[in-house]
Design a protein around this ligand. Structure first.
Ligand SMILES: Cc1ncc(COP(=O)(O)O)c(C=O)c1O
Ligand SMILES: Nc1c(O)cccc1C(=O)C[C@H](N)C(=O)O
Length: 426
């Protein structure tokens, strides 16, 4: 595809107006919205209002007058249509790790009621570590077993000991996406329930939790939902399960009558019981405001249009890297659209020095193309990871990123010492 073709595609892009809703540094091509979403332009003014008026002037009254107390549910209602949930079924609260603890624990509680011999949690070895750590801790606490398998072994691993299958919909290192409906169907047929981590899906790919008949889901607020660093996460539980048991962090925000201050715990009906304690209202307000971008996106075709553009962007990046950096990288992300999230991951071939992935990413960042690096081990290769947020990226951005990658390789910039110094966050 020529530059003129690419520019024509941008000119015809129906989602083009959405880019103006973001405040991105001039000259930067931001390919890391899968780790920390960009700042929506409306957020700073909203934050100033929250600080000056809601906190500064109205103080304690804002719990009622500014609706602070209901904010987790209101933000949840904005997330619900992006993940195929209904109004009143989602709360924005706590972190993904904490919500996972609550959801997994509740799923184990359901199994303890329905089929007490089922005490195993199955997950993928390549799942994001926090998911595995939380599952491991829960199993230690409750005497269950965590069984880790490869992707192709999931169906075969669902024996009659399995209570829960815990999966991340889009893998953080490879960008590979599960068929949520098919996997959920297989798990249910085997007598297990499924907890889905939507960290790399919510706001990036269409998700239909009800359509897939999922059981539990959690996800991040700071990635494709653009809620800002440390933004609250979210949790959803299917209505058939939600009132059947407590979740373990039964704090007062999940009580049926929190201001009755009774000594005993009575869980609130529905997803409210998945709240624990006082929420970070300033952060929640930023996420609340950031989600308005998706209301604008809805007018232009919503998640279906965003998905079409995301696939076109990742296709163009894959094609451009093949053309401009021939033989330099192996594609880690699946080529098949149905199996691809909204990111492209590459690993260097033997054409490049071993261990050069980190330095290549740093050299790209120095040139204004921001992706990230994920370390590998004996089984998994080092990875250059590029997230493509269709809300604010253009086709020209994509071509320019591949051209910049070519220049980094031609100039051997990965050899420079300043790009080989490892920082704490990669
Ligand atoms: C799949 C997945 N789950 C969870 C998390 C993060 O969880 P938390 O928000 O608790 O740090 C991430 C990324 O940080 C992730 O990629
Ligand atoms: N959650 C993060 C953090 O607290 C600091 C730095 C990066 C992150 C990330 O989002 C990592 C991310 N989940 C990943 O997919 O690698």
């Amino acid at each position: 595809m020529t530059l003129t073709d690419i520019q024509q595609r941008d000119a015809q892009d129906p989602l083009r107006p959405l880019r103006d809703l973001f405040d991105l540094p001039p000259g930067m091509i931001y390919l890391d919205g899968n780790s920390l979403g960009a700042l929506p332009r409306a957020v700073p003014a909203r934050m100033a209002e929250v600080l000056a008026r809601e906190w500064g002037r109205d103080l304690i009254q804002s719990w009622n007058s500014a609706g602070w107390f209901d904010l987790p549910a209101r933000v949840g209602d904005k997330i619900a249509p992006l993940i195929g949930a209904r109004a009143g079924e989602v709360v924005a609260t706590d972190t993904t790790s904490i919500n996972l603890y609550k959801a997994l624990s509740a799923a184990l509680n359901l199994a303890a009621q329905d089929a007490p011999s089922r005490r195993t949690i199955v997950s993928e070895r390549s799942n994001f570590p926090t998911d595995l750590y939380i599952a491991e801790a829960l199993c230690r606490e409750r005497g269950g077993t965590l069984k880790l398998v490869e992707s192709h072994q999931i169906a075969a691993s669902l024996g009659d000991d399995v209570a829960v299958l815990m999966l991340t919909h889009v893998n953080y290192r490879t960008g590979a996406m599960h068929d949520m409906a098919a996997v959920t169907r297989a798990a249910h047929a085997a007598g297990a329930r499924v907890v889905w981590d939507l960290a790399h899906s919510a706001g990036a790919v269409p998700v239909d939790l009800h359509g897939a008949d999922a059981d539990f889901a959690v996800g991040c607020g700071y990635k494709y939902l653009n809620g800002g660093p440390g933004a609250p996460a979210f949790v959803w539980v299917h209505p058939r399960h939600v009132d059947r048991c407590w979740q373990p962090l039964a704090g007062w925000w999940g009580h049926a009558a929190p201001f009755a201050f009774t000594p005993d715990y009575q869980p609130a009906a529905g997803i409210t019981r998945y709240q624990c304690g006082t929420q970070p209202i300033v952060s929640l307000s930023a996420l609340d405001c950031a989600l308005d971008v998706f209301a604008e996106a809805e007018k232009l075709g919503g998640m279906t249009a965003l998905r079409a553009k995301s696939l076109a962007l990742t296709d163009l990046f894959i094609e451009s890297v093949e053309q401009l950096c021939p033989g330099a990288f192996t594609l880690v992300t699946p080529l098949e659209h149905a199996q691809r999230g909204s990111q492209v991951c590459l690993t260097p071939t033997e054409q490049l020095p071993a261990g050069s992935a980190y330095a290549i990413v740093q050299a790209l960042i120095a040139r204004g193309v921001v992706g990230d690096f994920r370390a590998g081990d004996a089984e998994q290769p080092d990875i250059l990871r590029f997230g493509f947020t269709p809300l604010y990226l253009s086709y020209e951005n994509v071509r320019l990123s591949a051209q910049t990658l070519r220049e980094v390789l031609l100039n051997k910039e990965y050899e420079l010492p300043e790009f080989n110094r490892k920082r704490a966050v990669t």
